[in-house]
Structures are given as C-alpha cells and as structure tokens.
Design a protein around this ligand. Structure first.
Ligand SMILES: *[C@@H]1O[C@H](CO)[C@@H](O)[C@H](O)[C@H]1NC(C)=O
Length: 309
C-alpha cells in the first residue's frame, strides 16, 4: 500500500533541516546552492494508470457535519468541473495528472455512504479500511474512506495522514480495485497533517495560515485527499510513477511536500493568495466559489513540482 508516510516523514525532515539551515542563510546565501534539490524525476514503472472517466465514491466514517461534507463534496466536483471557475482553479491543478502517460482522467462524484455509528469501532486496521471501502461499487472508481476526527486508523498521525492502495475482488480475486482513505487530523495531529493551517511540530514556528473553509481539520483533509487522489491515478497498483521504495515511494504530490506556492522553502509554504475579507490563504478556486489550498504536483513535462501561484 502506497501511503503518505513519505509525505509525512519528508515534511518532518524538511522542517527539521530548516532549523539547521536557516540561521546560516542570512550570512552565507551562496550556500543555498549546496541544498538545491536534485532534479526530481519520478520513475515510470510501466504499469497502468487510471485514465478516462473515473468515479470517486465517498464513505464517511464517523461524525461529519453537513458543512464539512459539503467542503469535501465541492472539492470532488471541482476536480473536473465543466463549469468555468475563476483561475487558478482546482481543475487546472488536476489537469496535470493528464500530463502523465495515457491522457486525461476525468473525475465525477459517484455514491456516498454514511456510517455515523462507527460500526467497526474507533480504531481501524488496514483490512477494516478495505472492508469500508467495499461498501460501494468499485468499478472504474476510487472509493475513498473519510474518517472523522475521533477515529484512529492504523498509523494515522504516527506516520501517515492518509493513503491509497488496491484490493482484489471477484471470484478469482483477479479484479483490482482502488481505494484510499484520509483522516480528519484536527484533534490528533493538526501540526503534522494540517500544516500550514496549524503550527508545525518541528522546525520554525511561522504563524499558521487561515484555513480557506474555516475548518483546520477539513481543509487539511483536502490537501491530503488531493495528495492521495493524485497518487492513486498516477500510481494505482504500485507500478506507475514513483521514486524510491515501492512501499514508501514519493508520488505525484508527496514528492512535492511542503510546497504550496512559488518561493517556498522548508517551513514556508510559498506565496499564496489571500482572501482580503477573511484573511484565508488559498491557491485554487473550486465550484460554488469555494477556495482551497492545494499542494504542488510533479509535472512530467518539466520534471518539477508545479504550483498554481
Ligand atoms: C467520458 O464520458 C463522457 C461523457 O459521458 C464521454 O463523452 C466520453 O467519451 C467518455 N470518455 C471516455 C474516455 O470514456
């Protein structure tokens, strides 16, 4: 199962490293060259990607308010929204997945399933997440399990903010289906999984950004959902695009950890847009005038992390 472990660890390392680096930058700026990252290349492992028309089904596990659900539902609707939105848009962000081999991938929202009674308890093993993801049809779909702030899926907040993977279905267990999960980190680890909307646990304590939908947990979920969805379509079966070990590889978005706008550096998310009324930071418009903050995505055309602003 590919996961956000690398996202999480590299963010921690990035922020940790910045503690050591920043003091010397002021006096010896030329040393910056020493920390220039290598050109980033995600290797293509020749397997299938998810392309064409794809459905995202949502399994809500635990308690979410209608407002929280609408923030996430509107985000899914925004990914391939045919309606024109202000630029930069969520759909222009998603279009970069179409630059990976095989053409574009169009997302529509499919079915939703609500489990508000915690039918499997508040601690979830990987196989329980798989069971939950199977509550809805998985043909040509990514089934996403969204867990509320009081649920602790395996390794959530210890090494991961969310994950994607695949299971096997059918009589002969030959049909692969793709699933993902993302947890609401608000109560358990906002500094890790909702940064930059919350103080980081490591590194320079820059003031947190104001979350665009006024929900530190759910706005964090959007960033992590964006990360796992882009990872799922570009590396659905661990044979697509990634760099590094198969179980902890850097993928489309997890390879761009901590980058949200131009000029970012460890501990600083980069220059993003600010809503003059609310002070909220964002970099993408969605449907119904929604605003979201989305992480950078590796662009195969330039071999670099691409930011919207
Ligand atoms: C996706 O769906 C649209 C609208 O239903 C259709 O026009 C298009 O041909 C489909 N694309 C693929 C690749 O199946």
């Amino acid at each position: 199962m590919s996961n956000l472990k690398s996202h999480f660890l590299s963010l921690a390392l990035l922020l940790l490293a910045s503690c050591l680096l920043l003091p010397c930058l002021a006096t010896t700026p030329r040393k910056l060259a020493l920390v220039q990252p290598q050109p980033l290349v995600l290797k293509y492992h020749n397997g299938p990607l998810l392309k064409g028309n794809l459905t995202v089904n949502l399994i809500w596990y635990g308690k979410f308010t209608p407002i929280q659900r609408s923030i996430i539902v509107d985000f899914i609707h925004s990914l391939s929204s045919p309606a024109p939105t202000s630029q930069p848009s969520v759909s222009s962000w998603w279009q970069t997945t179409g630059a990976y081999t095989g053409g574009p991938c169009t997302i529509t929202l499919g079915k939703q399933f609500l489990d508000q009674t915690y039918s499997l308890g508040k601690f979830l093993t990987p196989s329980q997440l798989l069971v939950l993801s199977s509550k809805l049809p998985h043909r040509n779909a990514i089934n996403v399990v969204l867990t509320s702030a009081d649920v602790a899926p395996d390794r959530f907040c210890m090494s991961t903010c969310g994950a994607h993977g695949f299971g096997l279905a059918g009589k002969h267990k030959k049909i692969k289906f793709v699933y993902a999960w993302v947890g609401n980190p608000e109560k358990q680890c906002p500094g890790q999984c909702s940064w930059p909307f919350h103080q980081p646990i490591y590194g320079p304590q820059t003031p947190p950004l104001v979350a665009p939908n006024e929900d530190v947990g759910v706005d964090g979920m959007i960033m992590n959902l964006a990360t796992v969805l882009a990872g799922a379509v570009t590396n659905p079966f661990d044979t697509g695009y990634f760099q590094g070990p198969v179980d902890a590889g850097l993928e489309a978005v997890s390879s761009c950890t901590g980058i949200y706008g131009s000029g970012s550096y460890p501990g600083y998310p980069g220059k993003v847009l600010v809503d003059s009324t609310t002070g909220a930071s964002f970099n993408a418009y969605g449907t119904r005038d929604r605003k979201y903050l989305l992480p950078a995505m590796w662009d195969p055309k330039t071999s670099a992390c691409k930011t919207l602003v």
